[in-house]
Design a protein. Structure first.
Length: 254
């Protein structure tokens, strides 16, 4: 059965996994998922070597390399894309770009209890700059894959709209923004720990590989939702002042 290597560094976590399809729809997986902050670029290649050694295979034995394409940290996306391309070129492998928000939905639905049929997953991930990356996903039972409803957005937490019907909320925006993410109170389940994880990329990547969706490494590119990647000093000071005022008034974390 085909092995896929997955690399994900779009957040403060460095996540690497090596997996293949097992019996009854399960996935056999070796992984490293570590909170590295800004040090993902130094940790990612050693983690790749570790999972390959644990599985007892070579990189060339893999069928493809999946990577977290975005949205996410500008530097983190470039790290994952660059590492995936470099490894893929060296081993003559194709790559599979994976939407990071879809990976959050996959993480949310992979545990217990199972995601009820028809329930959507709203993903809201901290985008820094006082905004969240947002997208809504539903599972297409016929295709066995996620469908994104509408475009991805980056917006203030107060502007995040609820999907139609019952939904779960995945991603760390609920923790980061607290009551400002008012849509959280309407969710059937809130899962702030359902974050981008290379194990989710393996599951998504295996399905994409079976559909023939791997691409040449030369065509790999990050997915950016915003053009602006940093705040001005004035903007940072204004946000800090607003957070301080909210805490002083007893309004909880801003």
């Amino acid at each position: 059965m085909s092995w896929i290597l997955a690399v994900e560094t779009s957040t403060e976590w460095c996540s690497v996994a090596l997996g293949r399809a097992a019996d009854h729809g399960a996935v056999e997986c070796f992984s490293r998922h570590e909170h590295t902050g800004a040090r993902s670029s130094a940790r990612v290649l050693p983690a790749v070597a570790e999972v390959l050694a644990e599985a007892g295979i070579r990189l060339a034995d893999c069928a493809a390399i999946a990577f977290g394409a975005g949205p996410g940290s500008f530097t983190g996306l470039r790290t994952a894309c660059g590492v995936a391309q470099g490894l893929a070129f060296g081993a003559s492998l194709p790559v599979i770009p994976v939407n990071v928000l879809m990976a959050c939905a996959e993480s949310a639905a992979s545990g217990e209890p199972p995601l009820p049929a028809g329930t959507r997953v709203l993903v809201a991930l901290d985008a820094r700059m006082d905004e969240a990356y947002v997208a809504t996903f539903r599972r297409d039972p016929a295709a066995g894959e996620w469908v994104m409803e509408g475009p991805m957005q980056v917006s203030a937490p107060e502007s995040v709209a609820r999907p139609e019907g019952d939904f779960w909320l995945a991603g760390n925006a609920a923790t980061v923004f607290g009551d400002r993410l008012s849509v959280a109170a309407q969710a059937s389940r809130v899962m702030p720990d359902a974050m981008p994880d290379a194990r989710a990329l393996v599951a998504i990547g295996l399905r994409a590989l079976s559909r023939g969706e791997a691409i040449d490494a030369a065509h790999a590119m990050p997915i950016y939702v915003r053009d602006k990647v940093a705040q001005t000093i004035v903007e940072r000071e204004a946000i800090a002042a607003a957070k301080a005022a909210a805490l002083a008034s007893g309004g909880g974390p801003a």
